[in-house]
Each structure stands twice: as structure tokens, then as C-alpha cells.
Write a protein that binds this ligand. Structure first.
Ligand code: GLA
Ligand code: ZN
Length: 698
């Protein structure tokens, strides 16, 4: 099994980030200094051109790439590679003035004015045409540059457009989806309610702020359409490169877990995925460990888009973010630890926004490697250089991947449906937070968990957790049944299987689409509790879990009752059940409880599947990457106290020392990376045997 090294020419992890020399072209001294400092900081890769359209094309049809060519050549001569962005995130002013259709319209239908970035109408044919032209020029000029690693499409794409053209494309999209039959749309959207029936597709409108917002099927379809339209736009950009530079991979930089774009649809078009991470370090509402657990969840979301290969951390800040409510400095050592976290989770890069702070512009105070002070003699620069050095010590691990045998099923459709749905509590649904806190319970015990679609091939996983899977798309129920039948353990919760893909409620009992047979229960009522309400679930061994926010009243069929409610009119009624099904088990937790309380259940599931959990000291994070040469165990200490971990024998790569019999002391904000080599001639870890869909079951 070959490693999946993304960029063999680099030979290790990428370190560097967004470089915007276009702002300094009149300062050759600064550009020279940049090169010197990049070498000093261990930078081997920069991202160029993210917002450079107007520099490439100062007026329509007049192009100038010479400045970029000069810089790319100089960088390459110094051993620094380039990720080259397409400039479509930054409309030139001349373009928006000449082609007003390029600018998006807001929910009120009013066209926005020129300004900001990604202020784009995805449908505008004029804009698409202009983008294609500049992309073609870039591909022609730089496609065979030896320093070019990767195309980077636009920047953090997302957002809706409500212009007349997008409205028309929405109607066309609907006509295709409902096979030209308006009757199908009416039935799927249950438009007889409130007498909302359409007699023609031309009557359907996007959900304008002063228009239609009372048809759940329409609301979710508009979200799907927006993703479809953004991806359609991205495809027109990618097509240019597929044709002209098929040897160069393509990526997009996602945000943490944006609601605005279904990343899975976009990822299908990309060679590899990447994202931009900006946690609120040292905030006053949670521990740093908790903040970073959330960040680890986002890493898992991105990694799981293409679990068979590494992904890239495209942006992070070397010091402060700008523009959040508070912009606190990372304490000494925390930057390195956050970078190691990215690598531990499966990233093959640490890239920053940005290399040098701009003098003006709205991000002039956002942290950069080189400050306005302009020297290498700063704490931030030293910490960045230390990251460069750290990454080079770990370079063997580049191209290795993580192995998760547990999965969380999380869908954008479901998120949209729950957000738009008129049910339960307005404040307490909190789908993503609910997923994240359950995920964190596995994380806390060192169990790697991917975040995948309910339609994904689950054959490589032993455990699947599906929180609040309110909407079931076609095929989901069959997929879940197959998973359990083949020996998987599935856990679902309250609010599972209420509606189909059009937001039509299932008849004959929730969870619908035949899933009540899988779980052996029917959910008869959903009780939404006020924030101060509590109930309890009691288990036979005397354990109790505290219930808050949601409690479903169950009618039990074939399932075995594990725990019952202790109070209220459903006292004694089933709250946690388990239904053996085929070779596996389908668990149902009918009420919301703190995930820490559920650990006993998770531990049981893991134990039955032979997946080890770890006893980690409080505040310590653990991950593993696997390669044919062995396993890399990462231990990260997010506390200001030393922490002792049991690593097992191996070589600790940050210090180069042997881990001896396997006890290691982590310094405050310290880390250890222990390589356990596959014995020469020995078989590599069986989990290395992958197929295209991810990890094969052992
Ligand atoms: C985002 C963007 C960057 C920059 C940073 C910092 O991630 O992609 O262009 O704006 O945030 O704010
Ligand atoms: Zn539009």
C-alpha cells in the first residue's frame, strides 16, 4: 500500500500560507525581506492570488501576470512552492460596474452594491464568462510552472442570491427535479395546506423576505438549489483546469462547518479538500480543551469528506483573529499545539492567513507571521519558526491517514430541515451542537470518529451514531438497516425519521420509512421541556441519567427496554432501548441527556465491537495516523499543567528520544508524537488495507 503523499516534490508537510505581495509591489525591499524571512521560518509553500483579479486584469481584457510570474519564479528558486488561487472571490470594481448581474441580490430581492468579497450571483452568465477567461489565462501562463502545486478555487464560497436569474434557475431546477409535473411538486410540498397550490412552475418563487416562507419543502429545496448552483459555478472554474492542467490537483477552502454549502456536494468535484480554522482561543466560556475539541470536530468533518487521503489546513492565524467579539492572543506554545492538532487529525499542512500584515484594509489587525514591526524578532515569528521545525521532524508522517471505525451520521439536509422545521424548541434544537457534544465523548476517550453522510458506505465502520436524524432521504433507511444487519451497532436518538426528503411526515409511526422495525419502537409523542424542566432515566443497575430539553414517549415493539423514565406522565415508559437486528444492534435513546452520562452506553457498544477506548488524563487529546512504516500516536496537552500519558514503546519524534517502556510526561501545552514502527518484514497494521471507500472492516 503506497502512502497517499499529496505533493511528493515537497517531501513532507506544507508550511506557509496566504501571501499577498501585490500589496507591496512598490517595495522591492520588502519582497526581498519576505523571501529571507520565509526561509528562516521554514516556509515551503505559499498561496498566491486569492484576491488578485484586479491586479491581473486592471481593465477589461488587459491582462498583466508578469508581476506574479516574477514572484513565483523567485519563490521557486528558493524552494518555495505555490498554491495558486483563482481570483473569483474578489470582483474588480470595473467588472461590477460593467456587468451588474455579477453582484448578488439579497433576500429582499434587492441587488447588492459592489463591495466586500464573494458578493457573487452564481448564475450570472457574464460573471461566469469573465471568470473563465481569467482562469484560462492563469492556466496557460502558470499551468506548467514547476513551482505550482495546486489550484485553489475562489475563497470560502457560500451564500444565496435572490436575483431574477437565480429565481428562474430555481424554477428550472424544480422542473427537472419534479420531472416537469407541477402536480408532483404540489404533492411533495403538501401545498393544499393553506391553499398554496401552484398551477405552473413559473409561479414558484425563492423564499424572499416578503414572500413565501411557509412551505417547508420549498425552504429545504431552496437550500439544496443554492448548493447545486454554487457547485455548478465551481464546476465551470474546475473545467478550465481539467482541460488545460489535468496533472494539477484542485481544491476549495471550506469554513468550519458552514450551513451555507453542503461540502459533500462540492468535495465530489475536488481532488482534495481543505479548510480555514479560526477557534476563539482562551475564551471565557469554556476550557481551551473544549474549544479545541470543537476544532477537532471540524477537522473530522473535513477529513471525512475524503478519508482515504490527507487534507489541508489552508488557513489559520499565527496570532490573533480580527473582527470577532474579542481577539485574544494565543498563549505561548498554543500555536504549535493547535498546528500539531491539525496534523494529528490528518492534515498534511499548516498554512496561515497571512504571511505579512497589510497596512490598510479591514484585516490590517488580523494576525500574520510578519507583523507591522517587520522583523523576525517577535514571539509570533519565533513560534511560527518552531512550527516549521516541528513539521520537518514529522515529515515521514506526511501522506499517512487516520483510521476511524466509528462514524457519526450528519447531513446538511437534515440540518436545514431541523432549522426550518416548526417543531420542538426554537432555542434548544441545536443540531450541530448536539452532534458535536456526542462526538466529543468519543474524542475524550481517544476514539477516532468520522463525520459522514447517512447515505455513505458504512461497511468500514462498526459503530454509527445518528443524532436527531429528523429527515430521512431516499436510501437512508435501507443503508442503516444494511449496516446493522451486517453486524454494525447503530444509535439513534429522539427526533429520528419524522420527515422525508421533501419534509413530508411519515405515516404509520416514527421513525419512518421502515426504521421503526429496525429500532423495534415507535415514537408516539415528543415532549419539549422548558429549560428548567428535568426528568430522569433509570436503569436496572440503579444508574440514572438526567433528561433535559427533549423526551419522546415510546411504544415498544420488539426492542429490549434498557432504561425507563422516572417521572411525569410517561414514568415507567421506555427511554433507552436496544433491538437486536441481523448480526447487529439498533439502539434508541429517546431523550436528551448529557453525553458524558451516555458514556457507559458508548463504552458497552465499543467493547462489543472490540474498539479500544483510552483513559486519557483530563485535558489531553489523542489521535493516531497510520502508514505502512508504522503508527504515529499524537498526545496533546491543552492544560497549563504537566500531564503523564502512557504511550507504549516507540520513538518520540519531537525530541528524537525513545519512549522507553511507554510513560511520557507532557509539558504544559506540550505534545508527544510516538512512532511505533512496523517490524522489518512484519505485516503492516491490518487497518492499512483500504479500499476507495475508506477503511475495510477487519
Ligand atoms: C478567512 C479568509 C481570509 C481572511 C481570514 C481572516 O478565512 O479566507 O481571506 O479573511 O478569514 O479573517
Ligand atoms: Zn443571482
Amino acid at each position: 500500500m503506497e502512502k497517499n503523499v499529496l505533493f511528493p516534490q515537497v517531501g513532507g508537510f506544507l508550511h506557509g500560507g496566504d501571501y499577498n505581495p501585490d500589496q507591496w509591489l512598490d517595495r522591492p525591499d520588502i519582497l526581498e525581506e519576505d523571501l529571507r524571512l520565509m526561509k528562516k521560518a521554514g516556509v515551503n509553500c505559499v498561496t498566491l492570488g486569492v484576491f488578485s483579479w484586479v491586479m491581473y486584469e486592471p481593465e477589461e481584457g488587459r491582462f498583466n501576470f508578469d508581476w506574479l510570474a516574477g514572484i513565483m519564479d523567485r519563490l521557486y528558486a528558493e524552494g518555495i512552492y505555490t498554491i495558486l488561487a483563482t481570483p473569483s472571490a474578489a470582483h474588480p470594481a470595473w467588472l461590477d460596474a460593467a456587468y451588474p448581474s455579477a453582484v448578488r441580490a439579497g433576500r429582499d430581492g434587492r441587488r447588492c452594491r459592489h463591495g466586500g468579497r464573494v458578493n457573487t450571483c452564481w448564475s450570472s452568465p457574464e460573471f461566469r464568462e469573465k471568470v473563465k477567461i481569467v482562469d484560462r489565462k492563469l492556466a496557460e501562463r502558470f499551468g506548467s510552472h514547476p513551482g505550482l502545486l495546486l489550484w485553489h478555487i475562489a475563497n470560502e464560497l457560500g451564500g444565496e442570491c435572490f436575483c431574477p436569474l437565480c429565481a428562474r434557475r430555481f424554477r428550472e431546477y424544480l422542473a427537472r427535479r419534479f420531472e416537469g409535473d407541477i402536480g408532483k411538486l404540489n404533492r411533495a410540498w403538501w401545498t393544499t395546506f393553506w391553499g398554496h397550490c401552484y398551477s405552473d412552475f413559473s409561479q414558484v418563487e425563492p423564499p424572499y423576505s416578503d414572500g413565501e416562507s411557509s412551505i417547508p419543502g420549498l425552504l429545504v429545496e431552496w437550500k439544496r438549489f443554492t448548493t447545486w448552483n454554487i457547485v455548478d459555478f465551481v464546476k465551470t472554474e474546475i473545467a478550465v483546469f481539467k482541460e488545460r492542467t489535468p496533472q494539477i490537483p484542485v481544491t476549495m477552502n471550506f469554513m468550519s462547518f458552514s450551513e451555507k454549502l453542503d461540502y459533500r456536494a462540492a468535495a465530489k468535484e475536488l481532488s482534495l479538500v481543505s479548510w480555514d480554522s479560526y477557534p476563539a482561543f482562551h475564551n471565557d466560556r469554556e476550557t481551551l480543551y473544549d474549544t479545541m475539541a470543537e476544532t477537532a470536530f471540524y477537522h473530522a468533518v473535513i477529513r471525512s469528506l475524503k478519508p482515504e487521503k490527507p487534507y489541508l489546513l489552508m488557513e489559520c492565524t499565527p496570532s490573533v483573529v480580527h473582527g470577532m467579539s474579542y481577539n485574544k492572543q494565543k498563549r505561548p506554545g498554543v500555536h504549535r499545539l493547535a498546528c500539531l492538532q491539525a496534523v494529528a487529525c490528518g492534515s498534511d499542512s499548516v498554512l496561515y492567513f497571512q504571511w505579512r500584515k497589510n497596512r490598510g484594509g479591514c484585516e490590517q489587525h488580523h494576525g500574520a507571521v510578519v507583523d507591522h514591526l517587520g522583523t523576525a524578532d517577535t514571539r509570533i515569528f519565533r513560534e511560527v519558526s518552531q512550527v516549521g521545525e516541528t513539521l520537518s521532524r514529522l515529515s515521514r508522517a506526511a501522506g499517512t491517514v487516520t483510521c476511524a471505525r466509528t462514524a457519526m451520521l450528519v447531513d446538511w439536509d437534515n440540518r436545514w430541515a431541523l432549522n426550518e422545521g416548526h417543531l420542538a424548541g426554537k432555542e434548544t434544537k441545536e443540531y450541530v451542537r448536539t452532534c458535536m457534544t456526542i462526538w466529543k465523548e468519543f474524542f475524550r476517550h481517544g476514539v477516532e470518529m468520522n463525520v459522514v453522510s447517512s447515505e455513505a458506505d458504512l461497511s468500514g465502520y462498526r459503530i454509527a451514531v445518528a443524532p436527531m436524524m429528523y429527515m430521512l432521504r431516499p436510501g437512508t433507511a435501507a443503508n442503516l438497516k444494511r449496516f446493522v444487519e451486517n453486524g454494525g451497532q447503530l444509535l439513534a436518538t429522539y427526533m429520528t425519521g419524522y420527515v422525508d426528503e421533501h419534509q413530508l411526515c411519515y405515516l404509520g409511526g416514527f421513525p419512518g420509512d421502515g426504521l421503526s422495525q429496525l429500532f423495534g419502537v415507535i415514537s408516539e409523542e415528543l415532549d419539549t421541556l422548558y429549560p428548567s424542566d428535568r426528568n430522569r432515566i433509570r436503569f436496572e443497575d440503579g444508574t440514572e441519567w438526567e433528561v433535559f430539553d427533549y423526551a419522546e414517549v415510546l411504544r415498544v415493539g420488539t426492542a429490549e427496554v434498557q432504561g425507563v423514565y422516572a417521572e411525569d406522565y410517561y414514568k415507567g415508559g421506555a427511554a433507552v432501548t436496544c433491538n437486536p437486528f441481523g448480526k447487529g444492534k439498533a439502539w434508541y435513546a429517546a431523550a436528551r441527556v448529557a453525553p458524558e452520562e451516555m458514556w457507559t452506553l458508548f463504552e458497552k457498544m465499543l467493547g462489543e465491537c472490540g474498539i479500544p477506548a483510552r483513559r486519557l488524563p483530563q485535558g489531553v487529546e489523542y489521535h493516531q495516523r497510520l502508514g505502512e512504516e508504522g503508527t504515529y500516536d499524537f498526545y496533546l496537552n491543552w492544560t497549563t499543567e504537566p500531564r503523564a500519558v502512557e504511550t507504549g514503546p516507540g520513538r518520540e519524534l519531537l525530541t528524537g528520544r525513545s519512549a522507553g517502556e511507554g510513560a511520557w510526561e507532557l509539558e504544559p501545552y506540550g505534545a508527544a508524537v510516538v512512532l511505533r514502527e512496523t517490524p522489518r518484514g512484519g505485516a503492516p497494521d491490518p487497518r492499512i488495507a483500504t479500499d476507495a471507500n475508506g477503511w475495510k472492516q477487519e
